[in-house]
Design a protein around this ligand. Structure first.
Ligand code: SF4
Length: 479
């Protein structure tokens, strides 16, 4: 039996794509191996969002090819269409596979046994989302609701690498989630580059939602992301529902209200700010101002902080299992973000505005990236005039603020009893999991371990929080 090994670099979308690729390979008789030096087929799913992610493959791929000369190497993901990458790696890569072509590609791999001559078929673009994936986790799953992006933020390569937005029919998404819930999955994460832009036709009993006539006749029957969320929330079962990523310009009041109404939807919002200065945001083509962003976060907090249902008998509450003294605690919604430091137009004064935004919002988490120019993007034509040293300095300043605000936020959990989804064991022999607000929680495992080492993994438990750190909580199991 032929073996495969997939190396995934980058975001959740890439991870999800790799699960679909693995599903296709296994359906066609390939077997996974963890050893890349023994695999017959190695697929590298690349990321082109930062130079650092791109640089990883230049050492990795030649190294694998030298150590495992019999293997066929396929490169997919964001860098698969870049001519300069092709030139640089032409001696090591056997095939360049646009991710949306997995549907076509599988026939050439499997029916012609590693002879690569797949026929690109425009009709199949994004049909790869129909492939039944092989999920990495047995209790938490990414469910893609679409692919691509129309926003063209000036620094971002995604609209070039993945193309324009295409969304999955609602019935495909519901069918995938139902299947997962049937298998006892506890966490469903709906993903797309911009989930808030989701649009689909109403489900059709005849399952022909993509037909031209139906699209023509479907005026006023469009489902948006809030509607989709409600429909997924309505699926029977005990699971958490998350989504990412939301563009601030598209985060509607309707969606915020829907989050309140849907008891399975976790009160965690990932809302990339990217910068805290209006002029930088304008040159990033982000289409909102800082005042809009601050107002939006205020609205999210005022609506989602205050309407958390807490009663003494809600032992399955998604947020908190209150004890008698703390039953009125209102758990804050968790706000996380992405920020770029050293964007070409970011002067020291403008950077100070980003630091100010961080102090003001008090993010629970921020993913801070140092700017690097990406080929084809509008920002690549600007002068990358902030030095590497200065970018590092700015990153450190933001990290310091983040540590402080995250710790402040985490201290609010002290003494509370939280519902936690257990994901595994940490290195220090503790169970590790997350709250609905995506806070990492550790708690001792020794006294709870039975013969079945995995007895808590993938299960909801209640943990009393006794320690707060900047990026995590520690507690003790109470049930
Ligand atoms: S919204 Fe902007 S940053 Fe996000 S994928 Fe689209 S272009 Fe890139």
């Amino acid at each position: 039996m032929k073996t495969y090994h997939i190396i995934t670099i980058g975001c959740q979308m890439n991870k999800s794509d790799s699960e679909r690729l693995a599903g296709r390979l296994e359906q066609n008789g390939y077997k996974k191996t963890d050893n890349k030096y023994q695999a017959d087929l190695i697929v590298v799913n690349t990321c082109g969002v930062r130079q650092s992610a791109e640089d990883r493959i230049y050492g990795l791929i030649p190294g694998i090819k030298k150590a495992n000369q019999k293997a066929k190497i396929v490169l997919t993901g964001c860098l698969a269409a870049r001519q300069d990458v092709k030139n640089r790696l032409k001696d090591y890569v056997d095939e360049w596979l646009p991710i949306s072509e997995i549907f076509n590609f599988q026939f050439s791999i499997f029916k012609q046994t590693l002879i690569f001559n797949f026929q690109a078929n425009a009709k199949c673009k994004n049909d790869y989302l129909k492939i039944i994936p092989k999920y990495e986790s047995e209790f938490s799953a990414f469910v893609p609701i679409g692919n691509g992006c129309n926003n063209f933020c000036s620094y971002c390569v995604v609209p070039y690498a993945r193309g324009r937005e295409v969304y999955r029919p609602v019935e495909d998404i519901l069918a995938e989630v139902k299947e997962l819930v049937k298998k006892n999955y506890k966490e469903i994460i709906l993903i797309a580059q911009n989930v808030n832009s989701y649009k689909s036709q109403i489900p059709n009993p005849n399952n022909q939602t993509n037909s031209k006539s139906q699209i023509k006749n479907s005026k006023n029957k469009i489902i948006d992301f809030s509607d989709l969320l409600k429909m997924v929330n309505g699926i029977q079962g005990d699971f958490w529902l998350r989504f990412m990523t939301s563009h601030p310009k598209d985060m509607s009041d309707k969606l915020i209200e829907t989050m309140v109404d849907c008891e399975k939807v976790c009160h965690q919002v990932h809302l990339p700010a990217q910068a805290g200065d209006d002029e930088v945001l304008a040159s990033m083509n982000r289409k909102y101002k800082i005042a809009d962003y601050v107002e939006l976060v205020g609205k999210i907090r005022s609506i989602l902080n205050d309407q958390i249902p807490i009663t003494n008998n809600q032992t399955n509450s998604k947020f908190q299992v209150p004890n008698s003294k703390q039953s009125l605690w209102k758990q804050p919604v968790s706000i996380t973000t992405d920020l770029i430091v050293g964007f070409p137009t970011e002067t020291k004064r403008r950077f100070a505005n980003t630091a100010k935004l961080m102090r003001q919002i008090k993010f629970d988490m921020a993913y801070i990236a140092k700017y690097s120019a990406r080929p084809e993007t509008a920002a690549a034509k600007m002068q990358d005039n902030v030095s590497t040293v200065e970018k590092k300095r700015r990153e450190q300043i933001l990290m310091k603020i983040l540590r402080k605000t995250a710790l402040e936020n985490n201290k609010k959990y002290l003494g509370k009893i939280m519902k936690v989804l257990v994901e595994g064991e940490s290195k220090s022999e503790e169970w590790a999991g997350r709250t609905a607000t995506n806070k990492n929680v550790k708690f001792p495992s020794a006294s709870w371990r039975t013969n079945d080492k995995n007895n808590l993994i993938g299960k909801f438990v209640n943990v009393k929080i006794i320690k707060a750190q900047d990026f995590g909580l520690a507690g003790e199991l109470i049930s």
